[in-house]
Design a protein around this ligand. Sequence first.
Ligand SMILES: NC(=O)c1ccc[n+]([C@@H]2O[C@H](COP(=O)([O-])OP(=O)(O)OC[C@H]3O[C@@H](n4cnc5c(N)ncnc54)[C@H](OP(=O)(O)O)[C@@H]3O)[C@@H](O)[C@H]2O)c1
Length: 289
Amino acid sequence: MRLADKAALVTGASKGIGRAIAERLAADGAQVAVHYGRDERAARETVRRIEENAGRAFAVQADLSTMDGIGALFTGLRTGLSGRPLDIVVNNAAAAPAGPIETDTPEQFDHLVAVNVKAPYFIIQRALPLLSDGGRVITISSVATRMANPTQTSFALTKGAVETMSRTLARALGGRGITVNTVAPGATRTDANEAIFTPETAALAAGLTALNRVGRADDVADVVAFLASHDARWITGQTLDASGGLHLGPRELTGPAPAPDRPGSTVTPADAARTPTGGRRADDHAARP
Ligand SMILES: NC(=O)c1ccc[n+]([C@@H]2O[C@H](COP(=O)([O-])OP(=O)(O)OC[C@H]3O[C@@H](n4cnc5c(N)ncnc54)[C@H](OP(=O)(O)O)[C@@H]3O)[C@@H](O)[C@H]2O)c1
């Protein structure tokens, strides 16, 4: 197994993408510290699923919105590791998007920055004395950093911050052989956000995605597992997009598209409705000023 004898911390591993990452790293042989915030039952379920699959894991509770919480995380982590070094840190936990700017409050903003930026930064700082040379630091970002979604401005800026942090930390920690990268998921279906993906919104997201479906948590976990592995030893300071190509551009770039309702058209009315130009394809603009 490629992570045999390794130990990993995965924050926010009680559910969603974090649980999938914890399960995948454990399946690769790592002992996994399954961090959770409030949902102890879900964290225990993550540990149970790992152990059922002959993996090794322990749960650690901590509120990542405060420095006291980060202190508690490391108390629990040291106890669980029992003196062995840490090899992989995955900063996955995050507060959900607030916004748009018209309604964002200072309290929501401070919470986003505390959980999504300050916590990853100080988790890495506190992990450094435990982290083995040649270790891995991976932080989960979002396609929100390259897509302009006005409802997510404050969330997007926190994800931009961790991408910048990772790039500069890659330089700072490279001397120890530690790689520092981010992974940017797109629309990813999880148990927690299942309700968001109605047939209509799932079709909308799939239509905006080059690989033509909504992402799954394991799509992202497999990319994290690759970065955690020896195979990724020469990748650092990078953001790997794990979105299936969300918002890469229009499906066809071969000149003006026929009208959606014209017989033989390659553009269905549903396609047209999905385009961000409100029914006109992006390439229509060149043809129709
Ligand atoms: N799902 C998507 O479509 C998507 C898209 C782009 C990026 N992402 C990113 O991917 C990562 C995982 O997303 P997800 O959708 O899997 O999230 P999720 O299902 O909502 O799970 C969030 C996790 O973070 C923990 N957490 C949140 N706030 C916390 C706090 N203050 N203190 C401690 N723990 C806290 C939660 O713990 P408890 O539940 O135990 O409290 C939970 O384990 C995040 O960084 C997110 O921004 C997700």
